[in-house]
Design a protein around this ligand. Structure first.
Ligand SMILES: Nc1ncnc2c1ncn2[C@@H]1O[C@H](COP(=O)(O)OP(=O)(O)OP(=O)(O)O)[C@@H](O)[C@H]1O
Ligand code: SF4
Ligand SMILES: [Mg+2]
Length: 351
């Protein structure tokens, strides 16, 4: 993994036009993904994860728009590129996107090989023969017999379809694959297999991966760095080992406690009660305020800036006015502190 930023997102705000007004789905988000990095994005349902990823490729629903911020890919600002430029230069061959619920995104009427050849025709200079040879290699990487590239999607199981989609994403050798919940709808064994293939791809192919998942254990086990989102804001971003062992943001602290630690499988799960707000208009406060055991009046008056977790850390950022207090309490141990709105169970608003 290199430290060169491949993707840089700065102060990104994304809004959807709705009947009630402009809904802010992502507010002032900043993070960077380096070359060869495996980057996880976690946060409960509706916190803006898909919106964040969709905005990178300008693939938002038609009522959605980036209202502020910069998206830089390999140093070039891409947020204002035209559809044509994005298609010709960026999509698939630089950044491939595996959408949420993508298992059914394969065309049922076309052989998978035909779909690969079409993709190559649109986004690369490969001729048909080269494309097919290359696609066979990709099938091998995702663990499907290369001869099966000519099958139709219905001849595949759910897990195989998902792997075929990953093969398509890999096919034109993008530098970054963005995968939105690539294992939902699969059984646990198949989920494990898919994540193993993704691990393998990071190791063997060296592609950077940005992964959204509800499975925080996968992020803690496999990713290099992660972003934790809440209510459209990036709560914390940094190396996984730091956020796992020393979370500084109240939400990541509670989230970390809510999931069973692989080293402590019998620990009670916790619930974070309440719902993130549906934000109409600009977000001018901390969206965690109504659920946060550390909240003060200040948290309602302005959004907390995303700042270095500690003065000497250039790789770990937190947006919380009380990050130092939270860290100190975490260092003292969590036994003395029980959030008023915490109880045993599972994550309230997750699937
Ligand atoms: N096309 C749209 N029009 C209006 N609001 C939208 C649209 N798409 C998403 N939203 C809203 O934007 C917010 C963020 O949605 P998003 O899909 O990005 O969340 P998410 O974190 O990906 O959730 P999940 O984990 O359920 O996939 C939510 O409040 C959602 O209802
Ligand atoms: S800024 Fe305030 S409400 Fe938000 S997480 Fe920090 S302490 Fe809690
Ligand atoms: Mg989503």
């Amino acid at each position: 993994m290199s430290d060169d930023p491949l993707l840089e997102v700065e102060n990104l705000t994304v809004q959807y036009k709705t009947k009630e007004g402009m809904l802010t789905a992502v507010s002032d988000a900043s993070f960077a993904v380096s070359e060869g990095e495996y980057f996880g994005v976690v946060g409960e349902s509706g916190c803006g994860k898909s919106t964040l990823l969709l905005s990178i490729l300008n693939a938002l629903d038609s009522n959605g728009q980036v209202t502020n911020g910069v998206i830089r890919y390999k140093g070039e600002e891409i947020q204002d590129l035209s559809e044509q430029e994005l298609n010709q230069r960026i999509r698939w061959k630089e950044i491939a996107y595996i959408p949420q619920g993508s298992m059914n995104s394969l065309d049922p009427l076309e052989r998978i090989s035909t779909q690969a050849v079409q993709l190559a025709g649109l986004h690369s200079d490969l001729n048909e023969e080269e494309a097919l040879t290359k696609f066979e290699e990709m099938f091998e990487i995702v663990g499907i017999d290369p001869e099966r590239i000519h099958d139709y999607p219905h001849q595949f199981s759910g897990g195989m379809k998902q792997r075929a989609i990953i093969a398509l994403a890999l096919f034109l050798e993008p530098s970054l694959i963005i995968a939105d919940e690539p294992t939902t709808a699969l059984d646990v064994i198949m989920q494990d297999q898919i994540f193993k293939h993704i691990d393998d791809i990071v190791d063997r192919v060296g592609t950077s991966i940005m992964l959204i998942t509800h499975d925080i254990a996968v992020v803690f086990e496999s990713c290099d760095r992660m972003a934790v989102m809440h209510g459209g804001q990036i709560a914390e971003v940094g190396p996984v080992t730091r956020i796992d062992n020393e979370p500084h943001h109240p939400y990541s602290t509670l989230l970390q406690e809510a999931f069973p630690d692989i080293r402590e499988p019998n620990r009670d799960l916790s619930v974070i009660e309440g719902k993130p707000p549906r934000q109409i208009g600009e977000t001018d406060y901390c969206t965690f305020v109504d659920r946060c055991p550390w909240a003060t009046e200040e948290c309602r008056e302005a959004p907390p800036p995303l700042e270095r977790a500690e003065a000497d850390r250039s790789d770990h950022f937190v947006s919380c006015f009380r990050k130092d207090d939270v860290r100190e309490e975490n260092e003292q141990g969590t036994d003395d502190r029980k959030a008023p709105n915490q109880k045993s169970g599972s994550l309230a608003n997750d699937e």
